[in-house]
Design a protein around this ligand. Structure first.
Ligand SMILES: Nc1nc2c(ncn2[C@@H]2O[C@H](COP(=O)(O)OP(=O)(O)OP(=O)(O)O)[C@@H](O)[C@H]2O)c(=O)[nH]1
Ligand SMILES: [Mg+2]
Length: 480
């Protein structure tokens, strides 16, 4: 049974972070429930000025949900809002209690469950486990109600076994969480070293495919690189990033790029997931260019909402404002006229370059390379360097990844003026002809190797913990 609440008081709606209309949001919730392996038997909605403190929905509605659930012999109720642990407990009791096996879940719990089912790699599993514990810790009391009852009449000095058990349990979970965090730090360190190595050695520009879940990112990766990453008509099919070397048609500046497929975004992405999946999401933060994949076959309004949700997540992880290309995918399901209109709308909305493609049929794919090439050109840097003859590898990298404006052979090495992607620029830095950098402005703002190391170190740490602090406001209710 799904329950949606429309909060009419505006400021509250904003605080909820909802951008979707209530019915579209419930449609999505139904798809999430199906992805998690459930069958939806009914949907109940309520319009409220503000949520009730104890049950979120009004008393009459609680009875209505209970009746409907009984009639359908249904034991799980999913709310399309974030419930506090206390509200969750109260609602469970109201709907028939634990004896009847009644469970009340919210959107976050549902998404966490799907993630737990889909996590394939060790890293993914660690991330999901941490997020699950973070979600469960404040809800722990209810698992031990039978023990708590034993200490009911106790009072000071007479703490019963139930309470002790609860404390033991909390402590065990806290210990486990610390261990998970340490393990994840290791993974994360490994990942950032890998990325750094990729930037410094492979030197290819990194392009990340991002977008709402089910937009077709994995299908596009497969179509562009001939690989076989899992693509499925399910939400959150991809959890672990895959990176492939790709030589797209239309790429000239750097004929090859590294293309990364990432986890899909969703409206109101649970905070626990953003924090736990930061190692994965850093792939996005670190990319040179983003390719925002949009499902163009959706209802126009839903498509706009999804794009807004993606922008919000980018903001949340500190990756907004990156050079971006918009890919309107599933064009095989849209008429030419509609596609044309969408183009205009998107240009109006964000002034970004966009292209309509079908990852399924291959239509328009060559355009993706052309647009990425344009963006790479915009962010490429003019350099002048004398590369010693002993560094033939660098010279050939400039040939293959940059466009050469002038070249001369001097005693110390090859003297070149060229436009190169930022990553290659870093490697050429030791050989710069200092006073004559053609495009001074741009080079100034460049990541040097040191800055990259810094970015994955302290500064970055602060950014993420700030985020966690901001989003993890303590709840008002007590946990008793
Ligand atoms: N008709 C049509 N279907 C497509 C196209 N691209 C992808 N699909 C379908 O859309 C569904 C989702 O595709 P995925 O590539 O798994 O989407 P994703 O963005 O990677 O999704 P998550 O990893 O779950 O976030 C699959 O059923 C694909 O077959 C397309 O161009 N046309
Ligand atoms: Mg995918």
């Amino acid at each position: 049974m799904l329950v949606g609440v429309d909060i009419t008081r505006r400021s509250k709606a904003k605080a909820d972070g909802r951008i979707f209309g209530i019915h579209e949001s419930l449609d999505e919730l139904a798809r999430l429930a199906e992805t998690a392996g459930m069958r939806v038997v009914g949907v109940i909605t309520q319009s409220l000025q503000a949520p009730m403190s104890s049950t979120y929905i009004g008393t009459g509605k609680v009875q209505e949900v209970r009746r409907e659930m009984e009639a359908e012999d249904c034991c799980t109720c999913i709310f399309d809002v974030e419930l506090s642990p206390a509200q969750q407990r109260t609602l469970e009791t109201e709907f028939g209690g634990e004896a009847k096996g009644i469970k009340v879940l919210d959107r976050t719990a549902l998404i966490l469950d799907i993630f737990a089912q889909h996590a394939a790699t060790k890293e993914g599993q660690l991330q999901v486990e941490l997020a699950l514990y973070q979600y469960r810790l404040p809800r722990l009391t209810r698992m031990w109600t039978h023990l708590e009852r034993q200490s009911g009449a106790g009072g000071v000095g007479l703490r019963g076994p139930g309470e002790t058990q609860l404390e033991v349990d909390r402590r065990l979970i806290n210990t486990r969480m610390s261990k998970l965090k340490r393990d994840l730090e290791l993974v994360r360190g490994h990942r950032s070293r890998q990325r750094l190595a990729r930037k410094m050695n492979v030197g290819l520009p990194v392009v990340a495919l991002i977008g709402y879940t089910n937009a077709g990112k994995s299908t596009l990766l497969n179509a562009l690189t001939g690989s076989n990453a899992l693509a499925a008509n399910a939400l959150f099919a991809t959890l672990d990033p895959t990176t492939r070397r790709a030589s797209l048609e239309g790429l000239k500046l750097s004929p090859e790029i590294l293309l990364t497929d990432t986890v899909g975004f969703v409206q109101n992405l649970p905070t626990q997931l953003v924090a736990a999946f930061r190692a994965t999401l850093e792939e996005v933060v670190d990319a040179d260019v983003l390719v925002h994949v949009v499902d163009a076959s959706l209802d126009r309004e839903v498509m706009q909402w999804q794009m807004t949700a993606v922008d919000q997540v980018l903001d949340q992880i500190g990756a907004s404002g990156k050079p971006t290309v918009i890919v309107l995918n599933k064009a095989d399901l849209v008429s030419e006229e509609e596609a044309g209109e969408l183009f205009r709308e998107i240009e109006e909305r964000c002034g970004l370059n966009c292209v309509a493609v079908s990852a399924a049929t291959g239509k328009g794919l060559e355009e993706v390379g052309v647009l990425v090439d344009e963006v790479l050109r915009e962010i490429s840097l003019s350099v002048e360097a004398v590369i010693p003859y002993s560094r033939g590898d660098l010279t050939s990298a400039v040939y293959s990844q940059g466009s050469i404006d002038a070249e001369d052979f001097v005693e110390e090495g090859t003297h070149i003026m060229a436009r190169v992607p930022p990553s290659l620029c870093n490697k050429l830095r030791p050989y710069f002809v200092t006073s004559t950098i053609a495009d001074g402005n741009k080079v100034e703002g460049l990541d040097t190797g040191d800055q990259i190391i810094e970015a994955v170190g302290a500064t970055d740490e602060e950014r993420w913990s700030d985020l966690a602090k901001k989003r993890h406001q303590p709840r008002a209710e007590s946990q008793e």
